[in-house]
Design a protein around this ligand. Structure first.
Ligand SMILES: C[S@@+](CC[C@H](N)C(=O)[O-])C[C@H]1O[C@@H](n2cnc3c(N)ncnc32)[C@H](O)[C@@H]1O
Length: 453
């Protein structure tokens, strides 16, 4: 029989549903283990919201620095609530001063004070960074003690990621605490925390990879730094953009508005802000999601230098063949030097995303789209196409039971789009880049780009 929990309610209000009070979302007959699973789930969601809020804070900060009046007002408010939260927490902590009757002296008996416990557990740095987010402040006030414990664990585990995320968005967390003066009995040193602030030059969040040994590195390929670009650039060998919309290349209207004319639509995706580059065992740099995404969300566009050939690189180039054009090869999207986060997507034989060919605005592009709902902190993966692994030069380490590199598997994984990675033209295309078989129709109607908290 499953162990039963102590069902004494810790709810503060019976009228307001509060997801942070676990007893309210979990039936009293559930086991403690199942309840802890729920706590872990909420902790993960809350951590994801902390990243989201840090990003929002930084966006308002950027706009306020550019003299946007509305953003300046919002920033005043955001800074105000952050400072007020810290001051209130200090006040509560100081109130926990008690007289120790046995020894007759005044002491801070603050073990049951959440602020004290938090700073002792995750340190000043994480406390000050996270205090800038509504997600953390709300959980601090309202979360069930089990959920709060799980959240602090998750923050600890992700401390470098959180600090790098805040640092790469120019969050000045030290100002919040560096002027605090003592006495702070039982609490760690603020000066030490401030002195240990990350000293890492960041000009773009995706110019850093979190390494397996708990450090940071720059993304590099064959000794060359890999720069982030937001849009593809026309490379050597082309005088005009080979992906420009024309009657030959775009049999469909713009995916965003349906127009066949030059509509000027662009993909407004914020997903790049909600993913980070992380090393994975046996696979090199990969992409970790920091938010949840819904099935069919368009996450971003695969960008790089548009070239007529792949220049001997068989790792990053993507064939850009518009769907429905009988396999016309427009160009290779080469991202080994210049590209965005999508070039770091590792392959899986059971991927969470797929390549799709779309016409967006006046260009034919390959998008990355979610094939299922994606949870925060999952590795985002994609199917490179069977040819990538068929040369025998590489072995897939995705670990899926039906992996293409597993001799007993009947794999391949499905190849949903005419775009494939590796710069190798599929066997069913002729040498001139024409596909013998008709390209698979890739358009799906009504999908929208959005990142969910
Ligand atoms: C487009 S790159 C992806 C980013 C790459 N991991 C990096 O460090 O830059 C493709 C390369 O990543 C590695 N890779 C990706 N998925 C893999 C997998 N499932 N198993 C083993 N290696 C993988 C292989 O070296 C492959 O040639």
């Amino acid at each position: 029989m499953a162990p039963t929990r102590n069902t004494a309610s810790t709810a503060t209000s019976e009228d307001n549903f509060n997801p942070f009070v676990l007893e309210e979302v979990f039936p009293p007959w559930g086991s403690e283990a199942a309840l802890m699973q729920t706590a872990e789930h909420y902790a993960s969601e809350t951590l994801s919201s902390i990243y989201f809020d840090l990003n929002t804070f930084s966006r308002f900060q950027q706009d306020a620095n550019a003299d946007d009046f509305h953003s300046m007002q919002v920033m005043d408010n955001l800074v105000g609530v952050t400072v007020a939260f810290m001051e209130e927490s200090f006040t509560q902590y100081k109130k926990s001063k008690r007289v120790d009757k046995k020894q007759g002296e005044s002491k801070y008996l603050a073990a049951d004070n959440r602020f004290y416990a938090t700073v002792c557990e995750i340190g000043w740095k994480m406390s000050a960074i996270c205090a800038h987010t509504e997600a953390f402040r709300r959980a601090f006030r309202e979360a069930d003690y089990r959920l709060w414990g799980c959240l602090l664990n998750r923050i600890q585990e992700n401390a470098l990621s959180i600090e790098h995320y805040a640092h790469s968005r120019a969050l000045d967390w030290t100002s919040l605490i560096k002027n605090v003066t003592g006495p702070l009995p039982g609490l760690p040193s603020i000066q030490e925390a401030v002195a240990s602030a990350l000293d890492w030059v960041v000009d773009h969040p995706h110019h850093t990879v979190l390494t397996l040994d708990g450090g940071l590195k720059r993304p590099e390929f064959q000794g060359q730094f890999q720069t982030n670009i937001d849009r593809s650039i026309v490379g050597e060998g082309f005088s005009v953009d080979p992906t420009a919309k024309s009657e030959a290349t775009s049999l469909e209207g713009c995916h965003m508005c349906g127009s066949y004319d030059d509509c000027g639509c662009t993909l407004q995706s914020r997903v790049a802000d909600l993913v980070e580059l992380v090393e994975y065992p046996g696979k090199g740099t990969g992409v970790r999601s920091l938010a949840s995404f819904k099935r069919n969300d368009i996450l971003d566009i695969y960008v790089g230098e548009l070239r007529p050939n792949a220049n001997q690189d068989d790792v990053y180039p993507l064939t850009q063949s518009p769907d429905g054009t009988n396999g016309l090869l427009l160009c290779y999207v080469c991202s080994e030097k210049s590209g965005n986060w999508t070039r770091f997507l590792n392959h899986s034989c059971q991927p969470s995303t797929q390549f799709m060919v779309r016409t967006i605005g006046n260009r034919v592009v390959t998008t990355i789209e979610a094939v299922r709902n994606i949870l925060p902190f999952e590795e985002l993966t994609i199917d490179y196409g069977a040819d990538y692994w068929s040369t025998g030069k590489r072995t897939c380490a995705c670990g899926h039971w039906n992996c293409c590199s597993n001799p007993s598997s009947a794999s391949g994984s499905p190849q949903p789009s005419s775009s494939v990675l590796g710069g190798k033209i599929s066997k069913n295309k002729t040498a001139k880049g024409k596909k013998a078989t008709k390209g698979k129709k890739g358009s799906k109607k009504g999908t929208k780009t959005k990142a969910k908290r």
